[in-house]
Design a protein around this ligand. Sequence first.
Ligand SMILES: [Ca+2]
Ligand SMILES: [Ca+2]
Length: 215
Amino acid sequence: MFDGVDILVSNIKSAIKAISGAIVVFSSIAIAHGSTIDFEAGLAGSPIGGFYSGLGATFANASFQYNFGLAGSSGSQGLGDITDPVAPPYNPSPSSPIVITFSMPISFFSIVAMDVGADGARIDAYDSTIGGLLVDYDQLIGTGGGTDNFTTLGVSAPGIFRIEIYQPLNVLGIDDGMLFDQVTFAPVPEPAAVALFSLGVAAFGIRRHSKSKSH
Ligand SMILES: [Ca+2]
Ligand SMILES: [Ca+2]
């Protein structure tokens, strides 16, 4: 009887280990799958700020904007800037980019740039939330006002913490407004979490095995 209680206790312990391992790996899978932001949920014209902080992404100089059904858009809203001195929210410039910072390192980021004309569209990826090194970039330079011209800009690196989004050029005589939409990012998988899960499964398996032998 005393042995029975002992086995019960050890089974409960191994079950707890396995469950906690499973919880760790499930949250890891959720993170590894990444997130997509379509900018439909916020009020058009309002700042985005921490609206998506639950996904680990915080926006600065960014606002929800109607996307006018531009080629490449999703739904009715996209992403614009706030503080550009010339023509906000459609002209984020190198000196006043839209900035997204991440609470955990990401390995991939993409965004749809729409109505890309001669002023172009560019994203820069940095390895820190402030300052840091440029680890990747992508850009498209169009012609004229860029009507119907859109692309998906993408960057990848092992540990991205900040993305800056802007028009790299300012071509004389062209007021080339544009918008962005459909952000996707994938945080770096956590090997430690996967290792913990494996240990949990191993412990559970061993306990199940010894239990079946004792019966
Ligand atoms: Ca959208
Ligand atoms: Ca344009």
